[in-house]
Ligand binder design. Structure first.
Ligand code: SF4
Length: 381
């Protein structure tokens, strides 16, 4: 089924490492929400490939609409939106799509902008998953990367989520801030003890042009080196595994049944539509990206529209499939003209237990996720 992503490009302040599409000028918000609403309303199936074949079904209002089963509101900081903004977005989505009763509906929030009242309202809107940007439980690290919240606020945000009835709670944590795996694991333990169900551990990227890049180019010792970060990642994986969290993608760990349905669409090659500034869509082998500045976005200009070639589809399927536990479809690759069984490296990796396979699919053993890029290159046509 189709997934929907909504981008909210506003933040209270720019974090020092941030290279995402996010802006601190809230003056733009009302106009943006209006444009977002229009974009959803005008979403035109006929402008997508003829073979789109979306599952249409009757909605509650009796109209035939495409069925969706995931909504992900990301940013930026969606928890900055007020009730009026979110209601407008949800009303428009309901108008346009037939939202499956079992849909996973996620909202990203920052600990300092999540309140009890907001969380109660999110539940009313049928949001059933919160993704909280914790990043670290060390105040000195949070300050160093310019986050606005404290570790106490991060833990309180989880309490708020639990008190208001959320049972599906994810926390983002940044690897690459701490050189001590013991310290990082201590933080993870605090999160697990709070009863969260999902953890994403992203590697801190020092992006060119960010204030962080300037800071560390003058003083590289401010951040741990790559070997230390790899050690933190490996110990993290082991710790989370021993605590009942399945590593179902390189950076994502979940209690069984709490894997992100929406993100799995990205890795499995399922269709999704993105609305908002710089949002991406992927529909039947075609990729689309919206403009990443307000003026072009309001003018309806797109940044990218491309049909992937067979070669690109093969590469993408192998690259994504070997990053998560859904694996790579042998049949799908065959249809695209690539018999992966004939790749001699596959036999070698299978023999060494690096890759496992069944009749239809091949999977990378999670113990080797850390070197997935090396293996992917060896399995490309
Ligand atoms: S909260 Fe996220 S999107 Fe906003 S500035 Fe910080 S890193 Fe960027």
């Amino acid at each position: 089924m189709l997934g929907v992503y909504i981008h909210i490009p506003f933040c209270q302040r720019k974090c020092l490492y941030c290279a995402f599409s996010s802006f601190v000028d809230l003056k733009e918000k009302d106009r943006y929400i209006e444009a977002l609403k229009e974009e959803i309303e005008n979403f035109n199936y006929s402008s997508y490939p003829k073979n789109l074949n979306l599952p249409f079904e009757k909605g509650e209002d009796g109209a035939q609409k495409p069925k969706i089963d995931t909504i992900y509101i990301g940013g930026g900081t969606p928890s900055l939106l007020d009730e009026k903004d979110l209601t407008r977005i949800f009303d428009t989505l309901k108008e346009k799509f037939n939202i499956d009763a079992d849909s996973e509906i996620t909202l990203e929030c920052n600990p300092n902008s999540l309140t009890y009242e907001k969380a109660v309202f999110y539940r009313k809107l049928s949001i059933n998953r919160l993704s909280i940007g914790v990043q670290s439980l060390r105040d000195e690290q949070l300050k160093f990367i310019g986050r606005l919240h404290s570790s106490a606020q991060a833990l309180e945000a989880i309490d708020i989520a639990k008190k208001t009835g959320f049972t599906n709670i994810s926390c983002d944590m940044l690897i690459g801030l701490s050189s001590s795996s013991d310290q990082f694991i201590e933080d993870l333990k605090k999160l697990i003890d709070k009863g969260i169900t999902h953890i994403s551990t992203y590697m801190l990227q020092v992006e060119e042009g960010t204030p962080l890049a300037k800071m560390v180019s003058a003083k590289p010792h401010l951040l741990p080196d790559d070997d230390q970060s790899v050690e933190v990642y490996n110990k993290t994986s082991e710790f989370l595994k021993n605590n009942g969290f399945l590593r179902y993608e390189v950076s994502n760990f979940a209690k069984r049944g709490y894997e992100s349905k929406h993100n799995i669409k990205y890795w499995s090659g399922d269709d999704y539509v993105g609305f908002g500034l710089s949002a991406h869509s992927y529909i039947k082998g075609n990729r689309y990206a919206n403009a990443n500045n307000f003026a072009d976005y309001y003018a309806g200009k797109s940044k990218l529209e491309e049909k992937l070639s067979k070669k690109e589809l093969i590469e993408e399927h192998i690259m994504l499939g070997l990053r998560y536990n859904g694996g790579v479809s042998i049949e799908y690759l065959k249809k695209l003209g690539y018999k992966i069984e004939n790749n001699e490296n596959l036999a070698y990796f299978t023999d060494k237990n690096i890759i496992s396979r069944d009749q239809n699919r091949i999977y990378l053993n999670p113990d080797f996720y850390g070197i997935n890029n090396f293996i992917i290159v060896k399995l490309l046509p």
